[in-house]
Design a protein around this ligand. Structure first.
Ligand code: PLP
Length: 383
């Protein structure tokens, strides 16, 4: 049996999405900037995709900027707002958290080299950001607060709705919604955000396409200079087929999001119940209550993985199970996950953490199979 429990990394493209894309790779291959009929078809497809996506999150179409994915959207938003707001107001402090995606963290590190001052909000042990800490580091100099919606390693869902009311004039809120978009309701008016990022390949769409929502009136400069595409804020010929595919994935999400959530919730609950029965206190679950059901992060005690989680993941793979480590692989060396360390766990615990992430097409039998494999490997390892 082959079981794919790594859906937070990426998902399999939905066949309906692929079908919707194909005409824009075959016969409708025009450049959306051309004025002839080929170009006009592409333009219409892009603009109707933009309208659909804008409507889905309560935005207006001109607030949606298509990008090459979540990472570019994040770079665009943080650089664009921080640099322009600094030029206009002199504000140079940026607030974020230590457990954001690397795209957010590394963009802050890079801006620090040009004189911006990142400040990091404290994280509670359950993975939520600490509200008092945020209050303490907000200042007149704060330009942008960047805090994620759903954490990609442990699944914690942060409530960002109250943050805007604590921000003054020329202070902005960005929320990375890559792991939440299309899986739970994201409404920019309820979240009260000035910007958000999303990506198609996490919701059965194609890889390499995402968008930035940026509320009109927010200070912003381009990240990619070139043609006048995306209202002169993101140069480059539009990826028409992928934009159409993204919109199709959203169309499907509009209909299936709720039922998908319930299915995945059931899978996750069964997995949690089963793994607790098999391993008892030899594991701890890092995913707090009220987290997304799509992600389950589990730390195995060292007596189980013997300082060698790679071999353990490989053994899972040999048994047909795809899961991922709560660690980032940087230049060939496995580093303990900054997220697991960020919620106060030890390096040993971070090294022993595995993320299982689900999709609604996964089956209960697959959960049972994976639990069986874990039990088998456990018996071997604990001998
Ligand atoms: N933000 C979060 C929370 C993510 O999980 C990811 C992808 O794993 C990204 C950003 C980057 O998105 P993309 O893969 O589309 O560049």
């Amino acid at each position: 049996m082959k079981v794919y429990f790594d859906n937070a990394s990426t998902t399999q493209i939905d066949s309906r999405v692929l079908e919707a894309m194909l005409p824009f790779l075959k016969e409708n291959y025009g450049n959306a900037s051309s004025i002839h009929s080929f170009g006009r078809k592409a333009r219409v497809a892009i603009e109707s995709s933009r309208e659909l996506i804008a409507d889905f999150i309560g935005a207006i179409p001109s607030e949606i900027y298509f990008t090459s994915g979540g990472t570019e959207a994040i770079n665009f938003i943080i650089n664009g707002i921080a640099k322009t707001n600094f030029l206009e107001t002199g504000k140079n402090e940026l607030i974020t958290s230590p457990i954001e995606h690397k795209a957010v963290l590394d963009t802050h590190k890079n801006l620090e080299l040009s004189g911006f001052k990142p400040k990091y909000v404290k994280i509670n042990n359950d993975g939520h950001f600490n509200r008092d800490s945020l209050q303490n580091i907000l200042s007149d100099k704060t330009s942008l607060v960047s805090l994620m919606h759903t954490n990609n390693e442990i699944g914690t869902v942060n409530d960002v709705t109250h943050i805007s009311s604590n921000l003054g004039e020329n202070q902005f809120l960005f929320c990375d919604c890559v792991q939440a978009f299309g899986k739970s309701i994201i409404d920019v008016n309820k979240l009260k955000v000035h910007a958000l990022s999303a990506s198609a390949h996490k919701i059965y769409g194609p890889k390499g396409i995402g968008f930035a929502f940026i509320k009109s009136g927010t200070p912003l400069s381009p990240l990619i200079f070139g043609g006048s595409q995306e209202r002169s804020r993101r140069g480059g010929t539009e990826n028409v087929a992928s934009i159409v595919g993204f919109a199709e994935a959203v169309k499907i999400a509009i209909i299936e999001m709720e039922i998908n959530y319930k299915r995945v919730f059931e899978l996750n609950s069964n997995f949690q119940k089963g793994i607790k029965q098999v391993f008892g206190d030899k594991i701890s679950i890092n995913t707090a209550e009220n987290s997304t059901p799509y992600i389950l992060s589990i730390t195995f005690k060292n007596e189980y993985f013997h300082n060698d989680i790679d071999t353990f993941l490989m053994a899972l793979d040999i048994n047909g199970v795809a899961a991922s480590q709560g660690s980032a692989c940087t230049s060939g060396t496995i580093k303990p996950s900054h997220v697991i360390l960020g919620i106060g766990k030890s390096v040993e615990d971070a090294n022993g953490t595995i993320r299982f992430s689900f999709n609604p097409k996964n089956k209960i039998e697959e959960v049972d199979y994976v639990l069986g494999v874990l039990e088998k490997l456990g018996k071997h390892n604990l001998k």
